[in-house]
Design a protein around this ligand. Structure first.
Ligand SMILES: NC(=O)C1=CN([C@@H]2O[C@H](COP(=O)(O)OP(=O)(O)OC[C@H]3O[C@@H](n4cnc5c(N)ncnc54)[C@H](OP(=O)(O)O)[C@@H]3O)[C@@H](O)[C@H]2O)C=CC1
Ligand SMILES: CC(C)(CO)C(=O)C(=O)O
Length: 334
């Protein structure tokens, strides 16, 4: 696969960080552009994109083509989406306008993605679609699950000001084909992102990564939004950390019912979470910013898949009801 044109669609926290690194390192060999919007877009256009890494003394500043109209860009070899799950369906046509036959689309997402059951061989539900993730199958029809490369991000990031992104740790990304194939395209995209200075691994088991990451996000993201607490403070509170453990147990039960394999015990996962630091989850960032919360992929689908597999999710159902109401109130007030 020759990658000469790359568009990052939704250059927010993670997408923006990846765009800055790609533009910096591979900008001479490939054209890197971003689709962004609002004040963030204006800042990128006028001052460029500025990336602050946890252990770097000076920010990385790059200038690249930025637009809110993907129709002005040529068809791309590679599209990387940095949109939240609920922002994907409204962007489906825009993303589709960047595609040619060979284009691959890396989707950085927390939670259960819209393409989850495409070519899945372990759940017994291959090709199942969920309207709550992909209304009227817009993504399925306009982009197509066969183009997708899944991406699980173990990396904290935040847009601290328009045009300015901060990475909160030296994180990593895991890429995988929905089919599990270690395809030449997967390896080429992994190598390209690695050459940009990102920590990338490729896997034949992307769904296992999705479930393992979901253990943290289904618990911490809504609980952090409900309490406005950073991760260390949630873990320091015995009642909250017990609730985190219960949600993690429910994630494990539903995941296993669909064939996922977990490598860590709940105790190990909890211990790991104690050391993540004073991280504001992406859902807490959105709450503070008055934005819609990424609820369905992170906890709504956990409850829906619990029903599908007859695995009980009582604590997650309660958390879902509370965070759904919080989201309504937050948007009413913004
Ligand atoms: N941030 C983090 O620390 C982590 C995030 N993740 C996951 O990665 C994914 C991306 O998250 P994150 O980087 O935080 O997302 P952000 O909200 O920071 O970035 C999304 C960006 O896309 C923009 N956008 C949305 N719709 C459009 C559109 N139609 N056209 C142009 N721009 C658009 C948003 O603009 P606007 O702000 O105006 O909505 C925003 O700038 C999520 O699934 C998240 O859960 C995973 C690990 C860590
Ligand atoms: C909390 C964090 C950074 C890692 O689990 C994350 O994935 C998020 O904020 O959505």
């Amino acid at each position: 696969m020759s990658i000469k044109t790359i568009c990052i669609y939704g250059a927010g926290a993670l997408g923006g960080a990846i765009a800055a690194k790609l533009a910096n390192r591979v900008g001479n060999d490939a054209t890197v552009s971003v689709v962004a919007r609002g004040a963030h877009l204006e800042a990128i256009r006028s001052r460029g994109l500025s990336l602050r890494e946890a252990d770097a003394e000076t920010p990385l500043d790059v200038h690249l083509t930025a637009t809110d109209d993907p129709g002005t860009l040529p068809p791309q070899d590679l599209v990387i989406t940095g949109l939240k799950g609920h922002q994907l369906p409204p962007a489906a046509e825009g993303i589709a306008s960047l595609l040619k036959d060979s284009t691959r689309v890396v989707m950085i997402l927390n939670g259960i993605p819209w393409w989850y059951f495409h070519r899945d061989t372990r759940s017994g539900h291959a090709e199942l679609q969920f309207d709550e993730l992909d209304p009227n199958s817009r993504l399925w029809r306009l982009i197509g699950p066969e183009r997708v490369i899944g991406c699980v991000a173990y990396q904290g990031a935040e847009v601290i000001n328009p045009g300015e992104i901060r990475l909160s740790n030296r994180g990593r990304f895991v890429l995988g084909e929905p089919s599990g194939e270690m395809s030449p395209n997967l390896e080429a995209i992994g190598a390209l992102m690695t050459s940009a200075g990102l920590s990338i691994t490729t896997t034949p088991d992307i769904r296992d990564e999705i479930w393992s990451k979901l253990m943290g996000n289904a618990a911490f993201n809504p609980i952090s939004a409900l309490t406005r607490a950073v991760m260390t403070d949630i873990m320091a509170d015995p009642a909250l950390s017990a609730m985190v453990g219960k949600v993690m147990n429910e994630v494990r039960a539903v995941g296993e019912a669909l064939g996922a394999r977990f490598t860590m015990t709940i105790e190990q996962r909890l211990e790991h979470s104690r050391h993540v630091g004073a991280v504001r989850t992406s859902m807490l960032q959105d709450l503070i910013g008055g934005k819609a919360l990424e609820i369905t992929p992170l906890i709504g689908m956990l409850v829906a898949l619990g029903r599908l597999t007859a695995a009980p999710t009582p604590v997650s159902e309660t958390v879902l009801a509370l965070v759904t109401q919080l989201d309504r109130e937050n948007r009413r007030g913004s």
